[in-house]
Design a protein around this ligand. Structure first.
Ligand SMILES: NC(=O)c1ccc[n+]([C@@H]2O[C@H](COP(=O)([O-])OP(=O)(O)OC[C@H]3O[C@@H](n4cnc5c(N)ncnc54)[C@H](O)[C@@H]3O)[C@@H](O)[C@H]2O)c1
Length: 305
């Protein structure tokens, strides 16, 4: 089967391409904005394309023969404050054009990576797919819009779809950007240099970390026709505090001594945890990688780089 991955050179996209390649024709689309083609396996057909540029006809040509489209390319959460217009252009306008092209090309199914930021909630209890979405960032709002665009594409173009609301994905090859999703990379890199890990605020923030291998398995599963119109959280269903996470990372890295405490930011005391009941019941999916072995893998990868 031919599959196309937008954002193929990114963290999750490159892992997804690697998993799909043995059994499929894999086409990758990426402009290298935050991705790196060098980590995409040979054998993936490469299109250096900015997704905001093609019109409907160009998308239809690019997607000719594609059965399943994994749509991962996006402006990320960090762009919400600095360039909201880019978030809207990439995550909403470009997606709308791409889906029209996908319809013309006869794409059967789209798997979309939405985000926990669609919820807009920072508290207990766990975020559940059925709750009212109240995003408070341009990024979160754009993911809600993306989910709704899938419904429009289904009605207008007859494309089926599934949407995965990803939680904090971690694993080898992740970048050390800002934000809590990469506190793992940032602090492991600090410890590699002999510096203490940094904790912002009280360290009681609780985040749901899910390993990239589990997420990739979930995304591939969602390509199945039986999951049409499913919106599902892909998270671990557990949320350690940043203090606990840091302690575990210190023991893996063999770093003794205290963390460095930095002033609290807006996430202090927040809880972002996935309810994973629908993933379990509807897909039989659950995260299999426990945090300790997942972190060990990241630490080994950082040391090998
Ligand atoms: N990593 C996480 O914790 C997480 C959590 C929730 C949702 N997500 C979603 O999962 C998807 C993949 O995230 P990731 O962590 O792999 O991010 P990433 O930044 O590593 O990958 C995104 C890829 O999209 C590409 N891209 C961005 N803008 C583009 C454009 N205009 N044209 C073409 N390519 C473009 C980038 O170059 C990059 O390779 C995104 O949609 C993201 O919103 C990720």
């Amino acid at each position: 089967m031919r599959v196309t991955i937008t954002g193929a050179a990114g963290f999750i996209g490159s892992h997804l391409a690697q998993s799909l390649l043995p059994d499929n024709d894999v086409v990758g689309v990426d402009n290298g904005r935050s991705g790196d083609w060098s980590r995409v396996p040979a054998g993936v057909v490469r299109h250096d394309v900015d997704i905001t540029e093609p019109g409907v006809e160009q998308w239809a040509e690019l997607l000719e023969g594609t059965e399943v489209l994994f749509h991962l390319a996006a402006e990320k959460y960090n762009s919400s404050k600095s360039s909201p217009e880019k978030v809207i252009a990439t995550n909403i306008s470009a997606m709308a054009t791409m889906l029209q092209g996908a319809g013309r090309a006869g794409v059967r199914h789209v798997v979309f990576t939405s985000s926990l930021y669609a919820y807009g909630s920072l508290e207990m209890p766990a975020m559940r797919e059925s709750q009212t979405l109240k995003p408070t960032t341009y990024y979160g709002m754009s993911k809600v819009a993306g989910e709704n665009l899938l419904r429009v594409a289904q009605k207008e173009q007859g494309i089926s779809w599934a949407a995965a609301r990803l939680f904090f994905v971690y694993g080898p090859r992740q970048y050390a950007e800002g934000g809590y999703k990469s506190v793992i990379m940032t602090n492991f890199e600090r410890m590699l240099r002999g510096a203490a890990p940094v904790i912002n605020g009280s360290g009681t923030q609780r985040l749901d970390y899910v390993h990239v291998d589990d997420v990739v398995r979930g995304l591939i599963e969602l390509a199945g026709p039986q999951y049409a119109e499913l919106t599902v959280n892909l998270g671990s269903g557990t949320a350690p505090t940043i203090g606990e996470l840091t302690q575990l990372m210190q023991s893996i890295a063999g770093h003794e001594g205290n963390p460095q405490w930095a002033p609290p930011d807006w996430t202090d005391h927040s809880v972002r945890l996935a309810d994973v009941e629908i993933a379990r019941r509807a897909m039989g999916w659950e995260a299999r990688t426990d945090l300790e072995s997942g972190l060990r893998g990241v630490w080994e990868w950082i040391n090998r780089r």
